[in-house]
Design a binder for this molecule. Structure first.
Ligand SMILES: Nc1ncnc2c1ncn2[C@@H]1O[C@H](COP(=O)(O)OP(=O)(O)O)[C@@H](O)[C@H]1O
Ligand SMILES: [Mg+2]
Length: 334
């Protein structure tokens, strides 16, 4: 699917904004704060169903009571979303719905400047990043994650109360064990898929012999539901003292290795950027492999962070996708 145009009304700082998109690459050029990322955010809402950075009350233009986005694809499909201060309504080819229906979602690869620091981010931000992309790989991942997160929250609330007994948390342990094992298996599989492509993709960006590996760091190695459940039960006293759940997939991390050493500390700034570029290319490949649709690529201000050769690589890699780029400097010569 190719986006033909997007129209924003009362969206962030835009009272009314219209963008006609090109089949290949469209460039949104403008000073900081003029509303470039907001345009990508609007596209994201009508392709994926919700914003990547905020909830609706933050998005409505200050002083107004609603927003509206209209997105038209080249095949004539026209989708609209409105938010009236309370709830969102999608109008998908004139049919009303509370959520964007699965069949009207379109794969998108979002590349934000902060992604370039993924390797040095905190484990929790890295977890969020991979949760985000794994949810794009498979919707079932997202539903397991939501159930797991809800159970962790409930169990932790109970652990904050001194009088809580191990029986009180048992039903939450069962949910955590079930979805913890599911999430572990998803993550292990997705990391293997990424790893099989990581070094060759890196070599398409940097021609050398460096080996890149993504390590899945977890305490949940090859456990089944009952092992997991037993461990939560064993840890109950400790968790009660500490007031939170110490064991589980919510503690996982992902370590990029550069020639068998952690890349954070051993790879240069340029090398870590190339690793992140490689990861983005792989995300696009895997989305295509899984969903049989070429993702739309949204590049938010990443050009200014990259040198000439990496910029060229980015353009070359996504030459067959529809790409929408925001930038403060004119990069139309790429
Ligand atoms: N709800 C809102 N109403 C009005 N203005 C907003 C709202 N949310 C953000 N802004 C402003 O919109 C501007 C555009 O933000 P953004 O899209 O991130 O700009 P850019 O990416 O071009 O730097 C910012 O100056 C921000 O302060
Ligand atoms: Mg921006």
């Amino acid at each position: 699917m190719i986006i033909k145009s997007i129209k924003l009304i009362n969206f962030r700082n835009h009272t009314e904004y219209y963008l006609e998109c090109l089949d290949n690459t469209s460039l949104i050029l403008g000073a900081n704060g003029c509303g470039k990322t907001s345009v990508l955010e609007a596209i994201y809402i009508l392709t994926r169903g919700k914003s990547f950075r905020a909830t609706d009350p933050d998005i409505v233009k200050k002083g107004s009571t609603f927003y509206r986005i209209e997105l038209e694809y080249q095949n004539g499909e026209k989708n609209i979303v409105t938010y009236d201060g309370h709830s969102k309504t999608f109008f998908i080819s004139d049919k009303k719905s509370k959520r964007l229906p699965k069949k009207n979602k379109h794969p998108v690869i979002l590349f934000l400047p902060s992604d370039l620091n993924l390797i040095s981010h905190s484990p929790s931000r890295r977890r969020d990043y991979f949760d985000f992309i794994f949810s794009e790989f498979d919707e079932k991942y997202n539903s397991c994650l939501l159930k797991y997160e809800k159970a962790i929250k409930q169990r932790n609330e109970l652990l904050k109360k001194e009088q809580t007994t191990s029986d009180d948390v048992f039903s939450w342990n069962v949910i955590l064990a079930k979805y913890g094992v599911d999430l572990y298996n998803f993550r292990k599989k997705f990391i293997q898929e990424i790893n099989s492509k990581l070094t060759p993709t890196y070599h398409s960006i940097a021609e050398n012999n460096d080996q890149i590996n993504l390590l899945y760091k977890t305490d949940v190695t090859d456990m089944n539901d009952s092992d997991y459940l037993k461990r939560l039960d064993q840890d109950f006293r400790k968790d009660l003292y500490l007031g939170h759940t110490t064991f589980g997939v919510h503690k996982d991390d992902y370590i990029f290795e550069f020639n068998s050493k952690p890349a954070n500390g051993s790879a240069s700034r340029g090398e870590t950027r190339s690793i992140v570029l490689a990861l983005k290319f792989i995300e696009a490949d895997l989305i295509y492999q899984k969903q049989h649709q070429k993702p739309i690529i949204l590049l938010d201000d990443v050009f200014s962070e990259l040198d000439d050769s990496r910029r060229k690589c980015l353009v070359k890699n996504f030459k067959d996708n529809q790409v929408i780029i925001t930038s403060v400097e004119d990069i139309s010569n790429y």
